[in-house]
Design a protein around this ligand. Sequence first.
Ligand SMILES: Cc1cc2nc3c(=O)[nH]c(=O)nc-3n(C[C@H](O)[C@H](O)[C@H](O)COP(=O)(O)OP(=O)(O)OC[C@H]3O[C@@H](n4cnc5c(N)ncnc54)[C@H](O)[C@@H]3O)c2cc1C
Length: 408
Amino acid sequence: MAEFTMELNDEQKEVRDWIHGFAADVVRPAAAEWDEREETPWPVIQEAAKIGLYSLDFYAQQFFDPTGLGIPMTMEELFWGDAGIALSIVGTGLAAVGVLANGTEEQIGTWVPQMYGDANDVKVAAFCSSEPDAGSDVASMRTRAVYDEAKDEWVLNGTKTWATNGGIANVHVVVAVVDPELGSKGHASFIVPPNTPGLSQGQKFKKHGIRASHTAEVVLEDVRVPGHCLLGGKGKLDERLARAREKAKAGGERVKNAAMATFEASRPAVGAMAVGTARAAYEEALEYATTREQFGRPIIDNQGVAFQLADMRTQIDAARLLVWRASWMATTGKPFTSAEGSMSKLFASETAKKVTAQAIQILGGNGFTREYPVERMHRDAAIYTIFEGTSEIQRLVIARTLSGMPIR
Ligand SMILES: Cc1cc2nc3c(=O)[nH]c(=O)nc-3n(C[C@H](O)[C@H](O)[C@H](O)COP(=O)(O)OP(=O)(O)OC[C@H]3O[C@@H](n4cnc5c(N)ncnc54)[C@H](O)[C@@H]3O)c2cc1C
């Protein structure tokens, strides 16, 4: 029987320290500049590519870590450096996972390398699912993909929004409706290759936080992609649609629940990002509390400050444990019978918001300025309770999973 251990093995520690070094030496020093510029930090992505930290190989290695801790460890360290820059580095992974999860071997081999480019010519990719009228309610998506049998092409029309790297990506992965009767089971994912006519960037959003990460609308007007750009292929899609139609006849609610379950596995990774930001703010607050003196003693000498730090650290450690549990379960094939993926994302993201706000309080006036990083970390932390399913949606998924009830 496997021995129970909470310790990272030597190889994991080495990788963690290597990522931490990059986060501390390259990412953190660049954070304030790119937050102000509100632009994609291409030179930092390139630095990451040069050392192999921005590459399919690296993420695949972490993804296939048999303990499940490779990805959460990577996310925590990079986002400890800076959330906006880190999302610019890992955002491509969202699209890559879309292809790895649904694509054929040939599709993976063709498109994923083009998502990353190489160290001399780095590229990014975008995953486009959300729409102006389909955020939490993914099933109400309207972007349509229609098959033109004569030309063996799919024709995509619609507007996507909130796409990380949308419009600046080399490769876009677009989720579209192929059968409107089936709700989210009638969706399919498509590759839109580089420079495909009809795809354009709409509005680029000016954001509250993670401002170094590019977020924009993606407009699709009669975008024609070859048949081989349907992820998984036509045969597999037709089989899946036939099964979904059968299930839909048996009860529509089951169709919806299945779609929610698929998001569960990716949520611990977002939880790990939140842990990274929370830990960064906590460390700043701890350092400040032990050096800043008022009334002739360090402010941490006041129980009111010390207890806040104790709570911050306790919650961060608890969040990490939930993230690690969910990641370990996902990797070792244990079913999320209590929505453990959603639990980890919910708790970690709410912790990040709370802890970063407390950090501002502990730094006093300095915490409120851009001279210190905690106000940026607090702005950044707000995203974790919104993307990859809001906190309310996580609670809904957890409650529904626990009760088996269609909670509305
Ligand atoms: C910076 C950023 C980057 C993003 N990146 C991507 C990306 O790369 N690709 C992509 O496809 N999407 C992306 N998103 C979209 C993101 O996933 C959505 O914003 C998110 O799912 C919420 O959707 P919405 O914004 O439409 O909010 P809505 O769904 O309109 O929700 C508004 C409010 O209503 C609440 N609410 C909704 N339904 C319920 C309910 N049933 N019960 C209780 N409360 C409810 C929500 O919790 C929220 O508080 C990104 C978003 C942002 C802000």
